[in-house]
Design a protein. Structure first.
Lengths: 138, 138
């Protein structure tokens, strides 16, 4: 068993959230705990970042959820091929664009998380390597 | 506090691992627990998948790790702008290519995880939306 602790939470006024970040232009704020301020110092407006978060309002995972039919698809898929919030470990991943950095609050666009969703990590967004192997990786 | 349970582990013979999946062509196996077999049914060779895993051999996070100098960079960065395994929550993210599916074992290429690393989740790899908003999202 592995223990995780939220580093902050999502704040958004949106109630009708898109089903996925890739089709979202909803704005919101990532409110990060003051203790992590120094960890945010190199995040700049315009950057895309990966946000890992906890699906804290999802039901407990049961074997019937190993296959699920996404609302916008016409058949069931294995849970590891879809982005359903009902997963063995309730970790969500969204790629959002930073609009502004205000202390430990990041204004972002591309939100598909519910208001008050606990955030577990932020990572740089890294595209796949080019054929020469020179991905823009930090 | 949020509890996570591994769904399987990474198996690789490689000892000199590249620093990042984006520059890796190391092969290995994702050995998933039999209980999750049905969740893997739609994963196909040639697909890229996102693997979330636990940096189980990293030291406990302390405030001095909020800024770190990656070995191949010339200055310190905030931890949320780099892919260091020493993070507030020890979650790693790698994008790998599926070579073959054999029951609950996935042969993959692009490994940057240590042998026996616990796996927490597998997700489809989704590129950013096109301007028309039509990302290939499940």
């Amino acid at each position: 068993m592995i223990e995780m602790h939220p580093i902050g939470y999502v704040r958004t006024d949106a109630h009708n959230l898109p089903r996925h970040w890739s089709v979202s232009d909803v704005e919101g704020t990532l409110v990060i705990d003051e203790a992590y301020r120094e960890g945010l110092r190199d995040i700049r407006p315009g950057e895309r970042i990966v946000v890992l978060f906890c699906f804290d309002r999802s039901p407990r995972f049961t074997p019937e959820l190993l296959r699920q039919k996404p609302p916008h698809r016409d058949r069931e898929y294995g849970v590891f091929s879809i982005c359903s919030p009902r997963r063995p470990n309730p970790i969500g991943l969204s790629v959002v664009t930073v609009l502004a950095v205000d202390g430990t609050s990041l204004q972002v666009k591309g939100i598909d998380m519910l208001d008050r969703t606990p955030i577990l990590d932020i990572k740089p967004h890294i595209e796949a390597a080019t054929p020469s192997g020179q991905a823009d990786e930090k």
